[in-house]
Design a binder for this molecule. Structure first.
Ligand SMILES: [Zn+2]
Length: 302
């Protein structure tokens, strides 16, 4: 409806450059100061509303920002957003749709729905506790067998997530069920999804349990942490200029790699004496982000 109105306005005015957020942000990029050493995270965390205009993702999942984000409703028929005080329930409309679709798959798996953790800040950008979640195309979904969807705001702040791992993530524990695998499989089978991050023991458990088509396992990637929730990453939406996709995962089901992770947890390899010292992670500055992100920060709120 809104798009139709916009298109009509464009036709009447013979051009709608000023109404096109992508064009507007692209124009801003060319006039942005070349050095902007402000640390980006506190700037993005301080903004409480998204920009006006249509959705756009600038940069990559771990280095970017987002315009025109929409909120995941705090409560839907098959989901509840958690930790509302963080104001991280914003995303690209495709991310929000994907989470809602997945919550219906969770019902088919026998749960009441999903508890949904962080998506992105209202304008994306760097956010505490995550390397990614910067362009509205990442979402954390709790690995929690949901039985009720009437949590109060206070309960959503305080309810403890439940870990699914044992042996430091080499294996799943006895809370892991068939339903978990069904939900992960549904998330990985969604064509919008490019990767699911989950602890190695869960991937190995699913590698062992899958007796049919294994193609969905390719998107399920073993990673550190991620035993209270899985992380869903979706692709840049079609036609999203300025959005940078990660390379696809290597071909195959990735099960051998997951088993290697598992083996390394159980029997850690000796440290490589020739390994370079780890570089301390530096806060991203505005100059590290795509130029559009300064305009995204400064843009009027919806
Ligand atoms: Zn995440």
């Amino acid at each position: 409806m809104r798009l139709a109105a916009l298109l009509t306005a464009c036709a009447l005015l013979a051009g709608c450059v000023a109404d096109d957020p992508v064009v507007r942000f692209d124009a801003a990029q060319t006039v942005q100061a070349t050095r902007d050493d402000r640390v980006a995270k506190p700037l993005f965390e301080a903004v409480t509303r998204p920009t006006e205009g249509g959705p756009a993702a600038f940069g990559g999942h771990s280095r970017g920002c987002a315009a025109g984000s929409v909120p995941l409703a705090e409560t839907g028929p098959t989901w509840q957003a958690m930790r509302l005080s963080r104001n991280r329930f914003w995303g690209h409309p495709q991310m929000v749709d994907m989470v809602q679709d997945l919550s219906r798959a969770a019902v088919r798996a026998g749960w009441a729905g999903l508890y949904v953790g962080d998506l992105s800040l209202p304008r994306g950008g760097p956010v505490s506790g995550h390397a990614s979640h910067q362009i509205g195309l990442d979402a954390d979904v709790w690995l929690y067998p949901v039985e009720r969807l009437n949590l109060t705001r206070a309960e959503r702040e305080s309810l403890s997530a439940v870990s699914m791992r044992r042996a430091s993530g080499a294996y799943v524990n006895d809370r892991w069920t068939q339903a978990h695998m069904q939900v992960v499989k549904a998330a990985a089978s969604d064509p919008r999804t490019t990767r699911i991050f989950i602890f190695p023991g869960a991937k190995v458990a699913m590698c062992d349990a899958e007796t049919g088509d294994r193609s969905w396992l390719r998107k399920v990637r073993p990673w550190y942490g991620h035993h209270y929730h899985m992380h869903i990453r979706i692709a840049c939406p079609r036609g999203a200029r300025g959005c940078v996709d990660q390379d696809p995962p290597p071909p195959g089901d990735g099960c051998a790699e997951a088993r290697q992770w598992q083996a390394n947890i159980l029997n850690p390899p000796p440290p490589d004496p020739n390994a370079p010292a780890p570089r301390p992670r530096r806060d991203l500055t505005m100059a590290d982000l795509p130029g559009q992100c300064a305009a995204v920060l400064a843009s009027p709120s919806r």
